[in-house]
Design a protein around this ligand. Sequence first.
Ligand code: IVH
Length: 691
Amino acid sequence: MSIAKSTVPRSIIPKSTIAEIDQLRDELELHNYQYHVLDAPQITDQAYDRMFRRLQDLEQEFPQLVSPDSPTQRVGSAPASHFEPVVHEVAMLSLANAFDDNEMLDFDRKLRERLEQDDDLVYCAEPKLDGLAVSLLYEAGELVRAATRGDGRSGENITANVRTIKSIPLSLRGDAVPRRIEVRGEVYMEIEALAKLNRAQLKAGAKVFANPRNAAAGSLRLLDSRITASRPLTFCCYGIGQSDGVDLPPSQYEQMLYLRDIGFPTSRLMEQPGSIGDCVEYYQRIMAMREQLAFDIDGVVFKLDEVALQREAGFVSRAPRWAIAYKFPAQEVMTRLLDVDFQVGRTGALTPVARLEPVAVGGVMVSNATLHNMDEIERKDVRIGDVVILRRAGDVIPEVVAPVLQQRVGELELPKMPSNCPVCGSEVLQQSGQTAYRCVGGLFCAAQRKEAIKHYASRKALDIEGLGDKLVEQLIEQGLIDSVADLYGLTLEQLSELDRMAEKSAQNLLDALDKSRATTLARFIYALGIREVGEATAEALAQYFADITPLFDVDVETLQRVEDVGPVVADNIRHFFDQRENRDIVERLMQQGVNWPQSDASGQQEQTLIGNTYVISGSLEGMSRDQAASLLKARGARVSGSVSAKTTALIAGESPGSKLAKAEALGVAIIDQAGFDRLLADSAPGGRNDI
Ligand code: IVH
């Protein structure tokens, strides 16, 4: 690569500097290519950044050596007042669509008829990216102009913005660059990058983008290219508009490989199906991996592979006869928001649920969708009566993405949080600093009871097979159960009388209930459904306390010694057990035979203190001596009432009394409060025990 001609005599610039700049640029270009085109970076990001900064420093010192194709020149420039129009020399066409296999077969049949081909046609296949089409013009190997598609005949000159996209080469690779070549492709944003951008936008009080297409379009149509430079845009090419001074390969597939060689990112998923049957198979395969891809696609594009045949087939109105987009079922559609209801969850949180005009999205009919919470509603400005964008991707719950403001007519109202629970009528409160509004009804609220029971029976909790959501609802409605403690009192007779419940399945449920009695402490704690106590926290609590009863009256300080338990979770646990009904339920469950192997808890609790004997004296912070003793025992230690020569250590709290003097006299180790905390932490599973 050569350096731009400077106005200052080169003689004052050391030759070695010129050489270094040249070399840095070549190397940075190579690493760019390896990273963006080959997906095979050869150096770390840090090493790249170091080289980049070195080049920036040199260019700052010798500004006359800055050239427009230097890798440093992707930072954007001063804002433009408008975009110049660009007339496309070769029109940028759109694509015909197919929505099912039959339409694909029709497309292929017509094409074969027109071309008088009996044999299978070969296609070039790749995903249809969801972004914005751009045209990139290179002259003598340098990017000279970039334009949007516009209406296909003319678009806008967005060169300054496009220059900031790192995966678009500013100059072409190789020795034999064409005199002129126009490359076309899609500018888009990867899903993660978009999410990150949206988080930043939100923080800055700026608008968020509903999808990658909007984000790409919004970022490319900014007059200030310095802002575009900060947007994580990516490029993938899919064709050649025109060329001059180069012999292009005769097939679409090979042309794409050629583009890749001269520096353009092409699709990793490009293939060359040998028949329309293979195309349909390709479509199925790409659709199955859709959710795993880092970027959004809305279908696959098939192009007749042989360029000579493409010419023969020609065009119809605005689209080529030789190409087709086989679309996936839409993941985003528009529908009307009829109303907003509030659903009460297990912890009393009220979630706004959108009631929608039923519509097919992602292949299924949808009439309800989540609106997450009130903050989201306000931020998105979703109002009852709005036409909204509804999204359902893969297995995720359908969500309302945004209102379509252009279609809003008249004054519409924002949904309001009710002041009373729609299920039990209790007050609805928002705790300070929290987004969620909650029904204060607790287990008085039928909705919360129902959710608590569903949770108790769920797979990761007590895993009661056959006790699904519908059945729980029926049992509650029939007045057969009120809390989880009632489950074990259900009889065959009661169950058999339920709707759609044969005696056989009633018996199966009783068997499943019986089986669920034998569980683990961790599952049991998790099953209680204490707010923010998930599986991992339940496991940590089980290991620390080795039994359920210590949790009844443990204080929040002690709770926070458990891994992952912070002040909020500690408060939640304390609050849960402070409620008499909850302790009653736990006790009733145990009376009804819910049990866990004692050895299970203490077995998982690696018995790191086996062989040690402790004596506890004085008062400890945040726990009684009994509690301290059970924690030590859970770790395999013995706890004795008096100090002897065999005592491993005396645990001395506040005012330890005569035992301290005795321990000192016998030379027994003395552990203070801090040491005791450390001992417990280190002897918890995974911890060290160096005492
Ligand atoms: S080929 C004559 N290939 O889809 C062929 N287009 O509806 C013209 N698109 O404006 C386009 N991925 O923005 C082609 N792999 C792909 C594509 C693709 C996305 C977009 C492109 C075009 C629109 C056509």
